[in-house]
Design a protein around this ligand. Sequence first.
Ligand SMILES: O=C(O)CCC(=O)C(=O)O
Ligand SMILES: [Fe+2]
Length: 336
Amino acid sequence: MSPTPTIPSEPIPSELNTFSSVPESHVWSKTEDFASNDQKSIPIVDLTDPNASDILGQACESWGIFQLTGHGIPEELVEQVVFQAQRFFALPTDQKMKAARLPGDIAGYGVSPLSKFYDKGFWNEGITMMGSPLDHVKKVWPDDYQQFCDAMEEYRAKMTELATTLANLAFSSFNVAEEKLQWLNTPGYAGVHLNHYPPCPNPDRTIGLAAHTDNTLLTIVHQSGADGLQVFEKSVGWVLVKPVKGAFIINVGDVLEVLSNGRYPSALHRVMVNQALPRISVAYYIGVGPDLELSPPDEVLEYTGGIKRYRSMPAGEYMGLKLKNLDQNPVSLLGI
Ligand SMILES: O=C(O)CCC(=O)C(=O)O
Ligand SMILES: [Fe+2]
């Protein structure tokens, strides 16, 4: 793998960096409360703990999100991915736009697809890579795409292994026979998404990403540079997800919520921005095949009281529904 990454101490330039105050297009209503509870913390699960499966099950049940340590993903790989993300976001906008997400596509560079559900912009730019990023990145760096692609491909492969382990652990507390979970070992889709939140002159007037749940089985997030991710917990309200060195943040997605018959809630989360520091996050999204019927296995149904809480439909159909309603969650879309 190529060069030793050096994390720049200067803010990464980007279009949003050029403003000395938040433009009207990005000013969110004053009635929006962006504060969070910084006293509470989300659970930590150490994958090397012999009781990891139980601890993970409890974390999914109570919070739908946790920090993962003991995962064995090499630190240098994560640093390389962050370094490549910084290189990409530091490019002039017109060069990044060569990889722009085209209408109807999921992959590519641009603002979050969630933003079209709101009349105010997000203080965020990102690039989504489903499978190899080669086609997009070749347009950006015709002679120098290899190091970016190598890092992203290696990261995706490692994340896929980790996500498969985590998904199996999440189901193990339901005592579902392993042969019924074969689909967990052949993920339907897997993508890496890089987020960049430039420093913001008035961080309390705008938002990095509005509240949403992910349309995944689960999501693995690495945050670097600064905090900003918040998660909603019913009894507490918004809670800041504090950076834990070397840990990944794992959040339950909509698909796992439905397959667990609501036992593991899809985490409602949002991102705030910072005045002094740029923030980069790397999200790995994993889903299931489009034909898998989103219906809890019998063992799960029995374990959760015997009554189905969601209408079932093939995962592909749910994806279509969610893409048209990214601001909604499984209860509002499928709840019975
Ligand atoms: O930036 C983060 O920490 C989270 C990003 C996120 O929620 C997403 O990409 O879906
Ligand atoms: Fe998300």
